[in-house]
Design a protein around this ligand. Structure first.
Ligand code: GDP
Length: 183
């Protein structure tokens, strides 16, 4: 962790990436967290986007630069530039679509290939508001997360359940482990 005897005004910046199959809700998790917005329709634009969010931890400003694939996974593997410098990843599936859960090992492999840190990874089962059409149980999510050493949380970008909590857990975790000082 970056430290200094005179650390007043110290700032930290972490890059966070959100990965997972198309339409699991990655963009909406980000827009819910960063702007408290939700969109029923997927965005038409393709390209990587990020939002910066600040969080105060121990009286210090911790900034999270959160990247969304913005659809590139629909056409090909996410490029290595997307992962570059990332400390944290939210690996997302849709609890109402089993195929997106089955893809998680592939996303974790890709993450291992492109990123050398294991700090702060979280498995996120999104769309937990869709309980009536649930296709992946909470226990399955939890047990995969335990096997892989990931945090686990079910979220809903639609009704806001656990969205702030999920991001803040990983941001705090990374702050407590690895940090990069921003001058
Ligand atoms: P991405 O491709 O992974 O970025 O997914 P999007 O954020 O574009 O969302 C894909 C679709 O799922 C959109 O129609 C969203 O409105 C919907 N969606 C996203 N999050 C949720 C959620 O938590 N609950 C429900 N019911 N729908 C969601």
């Amino acid at each position: 962790m970056a430290s200094s005897s005179d650390d007043e005004g110290e700032e930290y910046l972490f890059k966070i990436v959100i990965i997972g199959d198309s339409a699991v809700g990655k963009s909406n998790l980000l827009s819910r967290y960063a702007r408290n917005e939700f969109n029923m329709h997927s965005k038409a634009t393709i390209g990587v986007e990020f939002q910066t969010q600040s969080l105060e931890i121990d009286g210090k400003e911790v900034k999270a630069q959160i990247w969304d694939t913005a659809g590139q996974e629909r056409f090909r593997a996410v490029t290595s530039a997307y992962y570059r410098g990332a400390f944290v990843a939210l690996v997302v599936y849709d609890i109402s679509r089993r195929s997106t859960f089955d893809s998680i090992p592939r996303w974790l492999d890709e993450l291992k290939t492109h990123s050398d840190t294991t700090v702060g990874r979280m498995l996120v089962g999104n769309k937990c508001d869709l309980e009536n059409i649930r296709d992946v149980s909470v226990e399955e999510g939890k047990s995969l997360a335990e096997e892989e050493g990931l945090f686990f949380m079910e979220t809903s970008a639609l009704d806001s359940t656990n969205v702030k909590k999920a991001f803040e857990i990983v941001i705090r975790e990374i702050y407590n482990n690895v940090s990069r000082k921003v001058l």
